[in-house]
Design a protein around this ligand. Structure first.
Ligand code: B12
Ligand code: SF4
Length: 302
């Protein structure tokens, strides 16, 4: 059992993106860690005047987790990690950390390991005390100081019962326009991961080591249960392709309508949905506001 865990989303306000979105991946990892921590905090540098982990450390902090997802702010993140007191277990995860774990372990002597790929199960295994040699996806320091690359972790089916740790947010998230809040609360939901298609130009559904991620989805019931608990008005689904199975989309809409959940949703879709006008009508009824559709060419061959 950890006494105090600190989960850090280290992207400061100066980053390219203006609207601040919730750190969904880290919130999943935090939720998976919760049973193993007496106390757990999640901080987002976007909401801090001075982006730094140190003010949130407690004398009893015994685990710090960083989510490193983008190739921006890397020097700031490195400095922040290197300013941690020695002896605090430090674990990194996220897509950019996954792409180059060696960089982080070499530049940050106090980092104990990098979790490559999905984090929920790996972090729970670390917290449960599983020997590190048995934890798939972990890159760590061996006894001789050399880096050890454990075998990659296969993508597990999504857990219908694990919900992101939204209750640990210190501030709500609002849609902003030109840096000014619109007052519209936003949130993100992941209803599926991966994509069954193989568009040549796309790397959304490819993991950092270039392997195609197969489509895996949560049940409509689980997604709607999560939406029911969210207080935001505008939900952005991070799914690579939300509309892969039209009948599943209908099941989600039916549940939303039956439970009178009145929110608005933005999703990634594909043009084939146009073959199902009845599904689109139902989506409109259920609150779907915008379908983001990539139209790269009018010719399949292109
Ligand atoms: C939603 C999203 C956004 C949102 C929301 C950001 C947010 N705060 O979460 C917005 C629109 C703001 C955004 C912006 C950008 N994005 Co973006 N985004 C995504 C998207 C579509 C989904 C991410 C997501 O939520 N996934 C679902 C969650 C559950 O998964 P996850 O975040 O990967 O987390 C898991 C693991 O990584 C791991 N993990 C994560 N953190 C930790 C921490 C620890 C300790 C552990 C153990 C594990 C762990 O466990 C998690 C659960 O399994 C991905 C594409 C994709 N399919 O992943 C691109 C993606 C991440 N974005 C990308 C890019 C390039 C950008 C931008 C730089 C675009 C731009 N030019 O402006 C900006 C930069 C933003 C910034 N610096 O803050 C690239 C990243 C490539 C790279 N390595 O750099 C991706 C992969 C898309 C792509 N292929 O082009 N993005
Ligand atoms: S459908 Fe979208 S996410 Fe899937 S491979 Fe094509 S462009 Fe990528």
């Amino acid at each position: 059992m950890f006494r105090h865990v600190l989960c850090v989303f280290p992207y400061a306000r100066t980053s390219s993106s203006k609207t601040s979105f919730p750190p969904l991946g880290l919130e999943y990892v935090t939720a998976a860690l919760r049973p193993f921590a007496q106390r757990i905090d999640l901080i987002n540098f976007r909401h801090q005047r001075i982006p730094s982990t140190r003010p949130f450390l407690r004398p009893e902090t015994d685990l710090v987790c960083y989510s490193i997802n983008w190739r921006t702010d890397l020097d700031l993140i490195e400095r922040d990690i290197n300013a941690l007191p020695p002896g605090v277990m430090t674990i990194l995860g996220g897509r950019t950390a996954t792409e180059d774990p060696r960089r982080w372990l070499e530049a940050c002597p106090n980092v104990d390991a990098v979790v490559c790929g999905d984090g929920e199960q790996a972090i729970a295994e670390i917290a449960a005390g599983r020997p590190w040699s048995e934890i798939a996806g972990l890159v760590r320091r061996g006894d001789d100081g050399q880096l050890v690359f454990n075998p990659p972790r296969a993508n597990a089916p999504l857990d219908d019962n694990l919900m992101p740790a939204r209750d640990l947010r210190r501030q709500p998230y609002y849609l902003t326009s030109k840096g000014i809040s619109t007052g519209v609360k936003i949130d993100q939901v992941a209803g599926s991961r991966g994509c069954p298609f193989n568009c040549k130009f796309c790397n959304f559904s490819i993991n950092p080591w270039g392997v195609k991620r197969r489509w895996a989805a949560r049940s409509p019931e689980s997604i709607v249960r999560e939406l029911e608990q969210i207080d935001a008005d505008l939900i952005i689904f991070v799914d690579d392709v939300f509309t892969h199975q039209p009948e599943r989309v209908v099941a989600i809409c039916d549940l939303l309508i039956a439970r009178k959940i009145r929110k608005h949703y933005i999703i990634n879709a594909r043009l084939e949905l146009a073959d199902h006008p009845e599904v689109i009508r139902k989506m409109e009824q259920a609150g779907f506001l915008a379908l983001l559709i990539g139209v790269e060419s009018t010719q399949d061959a292109t």
